[in-house]
Ligand binder design. Structure first.
Ligand code: HEM
Length: 186
């Protein structure tokens, strides 16, 4: 929500896409999500820019191996820096900008492709988050509903500082004002 509020064009595009699939009389439901490509790209871009875990859970190599030219002895503890990978300019052009458009038409599947080295919010390597599919559906649905039902506004500039730790919540709570835009809303 913070990234969307900082980039008002994003909420507008989401509303336009949602309006083309769901009329203003009903709330977005799970079956609409597959038709909402831009909404899905917003969630993926959010996980790239602000991964829930900036440093993923520790992994341990079971045997000696070489990754990207680096020798890793067996039984080494590895901690993947998802935040650094998501913001690496060699993997993503203009990485500090929040641009869901960059993922449009690319059909990136963050659940199926989890573990690929430029797509790591749910884990890197063989072990990954078993809740990824549920998490993605929940985030798409919740975000689509929040943006479809309300116009959101904030006063002043948003402080996007994060707390240092294994997960990265905001350090300053997000206070945003909703204005109802649907004619019916539960
Ligand atoms: C945005 C939402 C979520 C993110 C970004 C996320 C991310 C992660 C990551 C990075 C790991 C570590 C994977 C590894 O490197 O081994 C993990 C592990 C795990 N996640 Fe999630 N997760 C999310 C939601 C969920 C949900 C909704 C569930 C359950 C319904 C869940 C259950 C688990 C469990 C049980 C593990 C431990 C797996 C193991 O020990 O091998 N997660 N998650």
């Amino acid at each position: 929500m913070g990234a969307i509020l900082q980039n008002p064009g994003v909420a507008k595009k989401m509303q336009e896409e949602i309006n083309s699939v769901v009329d203003k009389e009903r709330i977005v439901s799970e079956r609409d999500i597959s038709s909402l490509e831009y909404v899905q790209c917003v969630v993926k871009e959010m996980l790239r820019s602000y991964p829930t875990s900036s440093l993923l859970l520790p992994h341990e190599s079971t045997q000696d191996c070489t990754v990207g030219g680096f020798f890793i002895p067996g039984r080494s503890r590895l901690i993947v820096n998802a935040c650094a990978i998501g913001r690496d300019p060699s993997l993503c052009e203009d990485p500090l900008a929040f641009k869901p458009e960059r993922l449009m038409g690319k059909n990136v599947d963050i659940v199926k492709d989890k573990g690929l080295f430029d797509m790591v919010p749910f884990g890197a390597g063989r072990r990954g988050c078993p809740g990824a599919a549920m998490a993605v559906v929940s985030m798409n649905l919740l975000l689509a509903q929040l943006i479809h039902c309300f116009d959101w506004s904030v006063e002043g500039d948003l402080d996007m500082t994060e707390v240092f730790g294994s997960t990265t919540p905001r350090s300053v709570e997000l206070l945003a004002r909703p204005a109802l835009r649907l004619s019916t809303c539960p």
